[in-house]
Design a protein around this ligand. Structure first.
Ligand SMILES: Cc1ncc(COP(=O)(O)O)c(C=O)c1O
Length: 429
């Protein structure tokens, strides 16, 4: 401030200054808090000793603690002892060793897309960044026949709606979850694929659907691919849970690889938040698979331009860690063991919850979905009133949709949860 402006400014009363600054933002409405963060805040404020947090979207060990994967500890040590590492900018599209290995991980090293050099891979700010960059790229370059629209599963990860709206793509929904069967609404899903205009864009969760935990079977995926091909649709795969779902990295990539093999036009968003426990490192990738190398070169050039204006250069630490665990054979094996530990614990919790509900408490209703669903999340099938009773009366925090994070259950609290879920279902809580 120049001396004169300062003089005038100091002359104004405090309230006049407040009025002036309030006026600048008077049309900004107060946004509602994010429902999951609100839930976490309520859990933290609760002093009840047996409280349980089933809202958390991150892996927890059997003591409800975050888990640093042993392989990540090892890779961190290697990086710390590397005298050649510096803090220079990475290339705009990311660490080449990371993007190349990440593409092989999701597409398979013998993928036609990789063999024919037509997979375009860009390092992103975890899976969210991959979704955003993919959305932005489609918004600018997809050959839209009509309005810019994308079909999202109903329900889906809530952020999908915001991410597409932000880049001017209107989210539509396709039926996915049937509350009556607590399973996939396959005919509704395929019906929308069939009735949508040709060349529509569909977002598909590659595995471990968030929030329902309900995935198509391989046979259903094949039928989905048939309709997608017949209608010339574009597939926007979101893969945030590779390996984390079944414990097997290849198995969880099956749908993506099948679609690539069938030449479905697609892109894949990849996250290493869950499967490498690198939530805060923000390491992910966007892989676009055009039909030719020539198209791939053009796509890559445009993605570089977009990335440049969005983040300039992606961060290096997480990418270096993942590059190490993907390219070192011993480390890769160890990572696979770590993944099995996480997926195995979650699957064990599903089995134990199912056993308690069916064999011990004889809870009314069917509970097969608890063991049939896959990944971290489960739609329990309970209604919002029952979910509220669990929060208010039993200090068990979950979403009003009845979604629980299996990672929040452990050998010490699963019985307490089952007991109270049983009471909630009976209306006795
Ligand atoms: C379906 C889905 N996509 C993407 C993400 C992105 O996660 P992140 O940005 O932490 O990789 C998540 C995280 O919960 C998710 O569930």
């Amino acid at each position: 401030m120049t001396a004169r402006i300062k003089q005038v400014y100091n002359h104004l009363s405090n309230s006049t200054r407040e009025e002036m600054s309030a006026e600048t933002w008077q049309d900004v409405p107060l946004a509602p808090p994010d429902s999951i963060f609100k839930l976490t805040a309520a859990y933290k404020a609760d002093t009840y000793p047996q409280k349980v947090n089933l809202g958390v979207g991150a892996y927890r060990d059997d003591d409800s603690k975050p888990w640093v994967l042993p392989v990540i500890k090892k890779a961190t040590k290697i990086l710390l002892n590397d005298p050649d590492l510096d803090h220079e900018y990475l290339p705009i599209t990311g660490l080449p060793e990371f993007t190349a290995a990440a593409a092989k991980l999701i597409l398979g090293s013998d993928s036609p897309a990789i063999v024919e050099s037509r997979a375009v891979s860009v390092q992103t700010i975890s899976g969210t960044g991959a979704n955003h960059l993919g959305a932005l790229f489609l918004s600018k370059f997809y050959h839209w026949d009509g309005p810019k629209q994308i079909y999202l599963s109903d329900p889906t990860w809530a952020n999908h709606h915001a991410i597409f709206k932000n880049v001017g793509i209107e989210p539509l929904t396709y039926p996915y979850y049937d509350p009556k069967t607590i399973a996939l609404d396959f005919s509704g899903f395929v019906g929308t694929l069939e009735s949508a205009a040709p060349r529509s864009v569909f977002l598909l969760h590659a595995c471990a659907h968030n929030p329902t935990g309900v995935d198509p079977t391989p046979d259903q995926w094949k039928q989905i691919a048939d309709v997608v091909i017949a209608k010339n649709h574009y597939v926007f795969f979101d893969c945030a849970y590779q390996g984390f779902a079944s414990g097997d990295l290849n198995k969880d990539a099956w749908a993506v690889r099948y679609f690539v093999e069938k030449n479905v036009p697609l892109l894949v968003c990849q996250s290493f938040a869950k499967n490498a426990g690198l939530y805060g490192e923000r390491v992910g990738a966007l892989h676009v698979v055009p039909p030719t190398k020539d198209a791939a070169d053009r796509v890559k050039s445009q993605l570089s331009v977009l990335q440049r204006s969005e983040i300039s250069n992606p961060p290096s630490h997480g990418a270096r860690l993942v590059a190490l665990i993907l390219t070192g054979s011993d480390l890769f094996e160890e990572w696979n063991r770590d993944i099995k530990t996480m997926a195995g614990r979650i699957i064990a919790m599903r089995k134990e919850l199912y056993r308690l509900l069916t064999e011990e408490f004889h809870t009314p209703g069917t509970w097969e979905h608890i063991i049939n669903q896959i990944g971290m999340f489960s739609y329990t099938g309970i209604n919002p009133d029952q979910a509220k009773a669990l929060i208010d009366k039993a200090h068990i925090y979950l979403l009003s949709s009845g979604r629980i994070s299996m990672a929040g259950l452990n050998s010490k609290n699963v019985r307490y949860f089952a007991e109270n879920l049983d009471k909630a279902v009976r209306g006795e809580l």
